[in-house]
Design a protein around this ligand. Structure first.
Ligand code: MG
Length: 560
């Protein structure tokens, strides 16, 4: 499965874009005419630069308003085509994208368009070039890939093929199974884009709201499976028009894009009809059984205060680490760790973000397989030295540079508590309050990171996402989406803050970055929990630094 991305999908000058695209692991890049209009160099220089980054040019685009033109426009479009061919030969690419005509002077008719493409195919063949025809969802006469295919079929020219774009087909709700009837070798390239479900003008929706496969609501997986069934083995290329992406970090957006394609390839490969797709093998998405622990990084002063709060919440200190200054507070199936080490990652996290829940552990079916999947998806691994006899828990970097540890019940990791910790009695414990498990973890991120983390969690773990909800804060809007699995054992709410004035925005500003904003615990009887909390001296915090919240384990308790 060859991966590509259109340069328009990300921000920056051309060299910066190419560096980001190459670093993310793509094989190819779609070059837009605008790229060298804004670049101080000739097409040949662009071609050389692309190849120097180890990339291939998957196609050159766009060529607009070609087919079905009456004279004298028709002759001019063929002249324009020859100039595009000149550029392509200088660039070093053999594929031109022609999108369906939107010109008011263009004429309809499948055969007229087919004749034009046959003639264009002849000209392209003389130069060893190929032309792919793409139906724009708002094309004047052709807006459906089935009609575009009929034109390509009737053109009967080996140098003329079809280019499919998931957005155009899915936005118009064209039957995706119609793709299965197209011979794979007549599909010259496949462009992929997802989008949130918004009822709006197709052109505006396409130009501003496309996002990476898996980030939106369109059936991109079904689309890609239909393509795979044809035997197509060319590029899957991202063509994402999104204002936010064009204003974001080229490196981060390119990394998200590559992750989305690898994830999509794996999802398609696992389908009975997708087995033909040549996508890299990796372990399946992990089944999350629950939150194994939440770890706070703190300085000693804050740790005392945090211990006091945890005891009021009914937690009891049960153990300390054999070699590190880490204590466990437990209640029900919840483990809260407080780490006051003055060296290492936790110490650095506390120095940067202040006392914070910088790490969480998820219990999965197979921790090391999950780590392998994470690495295949481009996650950043984390390791720090352990003493002989202690366990090295697999971990990857998560939101805000924090850690996601992975535990399981099938390996040596199941014994981490007896192995690495020494049980200890808590002389200061208060009455347990009946808290049972972590109900959800709420993480606050900058709005432009929201899709990144949504894709991170849903590509790695067997979980879905709820539609985006806008929460109206007196000072602005917070965009919220929940990642959750079928059993409810994994629930992470992601809140994206647009500005600093909202509560979510304050959180990011005051904590120097994204992170865990609150934790919710489940209890079987919230009234008993409330009573014991009061007896323990619990005072609901009036300030915005609330780090704990309670939630009754009930179906109507929608996290947000
Ligand atoms: Mg397209």
């Amino acid at each position: 499965m060859k991966t590509s991305i259109a340069t328009v999908s990300i921000s920056g000058e051309l060299p910066e874009k190419l560096a980001a695209i190459a670093a993310a692991g793509f094989d190819g890049v779609e070059i837009f005419e605008n790229d060298f209009l804004a670049f101080d160099g000739r097409p040949a220089d662009v071609g050389r630069m692309v190849r120097d980054y180890g990339l291939e040019i998957s196609l050159f685009q766009p060529f607009r308003d070609f087919e079905g033109m009456p004279e004298p426009f028709r002759s001019r479009t063929f002249d324009r085509a020859e100039r595009k061919f000149d550029i392509m030969q200088e660039l070093g690419t053999d594929l031109l994208l022609v999108c369906s005509n939107v010109s008011p002077v263009s004429l309809g008719g499948i055969d007229r368009a087919a004749d034009d493409f046959h003639a264009l195919g002849e000209r392209a063949a003389r130069r060893g070039l190929r032309v792919g025809y793409e139906a724009l969802a708002w094309g004047r006469h052709i807006s459906d890939h089935r009609d575009a295919w009929e034109i390509v079929r009737r053109a009967q020219h080996p140098n003329i093929g079809i280019i499919l774009d998931s957005f155009h087909s899915l936005a118009r709700k064209v039957d995706i199974n119609s793709i299965r009837a197209i011979p794979g070798d007549k599909i010259f390239l496949v462009q992929l884009a997802d989008a949130p479900m918004i009822d709006m003008d197709l052109l505006y929706w396409s130009r501003h709201f496309r996002n990476m496969p898996g980030e939106g609501d369109l059936a991109v997986t079904e689309f890609a499976a239909a393509v795979a069934a044809t035997g197509y083995n060319g590029y899957f290329s991202l063509e994402i028009f999104n204002d936010q992406f064009r204003g974001g970090s080229a490196k981060a957006i390119a990394a998200d894009g590559h992750r989305s394609l690898v994830y999509l390839g794996d999802t398609v490969r696992r389908r009975p009809d997708g087995a033909v797709l040549d996508a890299p093998a990796m372990p399946a998405r992990a089944d999350v059984k629950g939150v194994g622990f939440i770890e706070f990084a703190a300085d000693t002063g804050d740790a005392d205060e945090l211990s006091r709060i945890l005891r009021i919440l009914g937690f009891r200190r049960t153990a300390r680490h054999r070699s590190k200054r880490v204590e466990i507070f437990a209640q029900g199936d919840i483990r809260m760790l407080i780490n006051v080490e003055d060296v290492g990652f936790a110490s650095a996290a506390a120095a940067v973000h202040g006392t914070s829940a910088y790490a969480m552990a998820l219990v999965v079916d197979d921790a090391r397989a999950t780590l392998a999947r994470g690495l295949a998806l481009g996650a950043e691994p984390f390791e720090q030295p352990v003493l002989p006899g202690e366990l090295s828990i697999p971990a990857i970097r998560g939101v805000g540079g924090g850690l996601v540890y992975l535990l399981d019940e099938i390996s040596d990791l199941a014994h981490v508590w007896e192995n690495d910790f020494v049980a200890e009695d808590d002389g200061e414990a208060l009455a347990p309050t009946g808290l049972l498990v972590v109900d959800h973890v709420a993480q606050t991120v900058a709005y432009d990171e929201l899709l990144t983390w949504l894709l991170f969690y849903t590509s790695l773990f067997d979980a879905g996402k709820t539609p985006m909800v806008d929460i109206i804060d007196p000072a602005g809007v917070v965009h919220s989406q929940v990642v959750e699995n079928a059993s409810g054992s994994l629930r992470i709410t992601l809140n994206g803050a647009d500005n600093r004035r909202t509560l979510a925005g304050h959180f990011i500003a005051e904590n120097f970055g994204s992170g865990v904003q609150h934790l919710a615990f489940a209890t079987d009887d919230i009234f008993v929990t409330a009573r014991v909390l009061r007896e323990n001296g619990f005072a609901a915090l009036p300030s915005r630094r609330t780090i704990t919240a309670m939630q009754r384990r009930a179906s109507d308790s929608t996290p947000h």
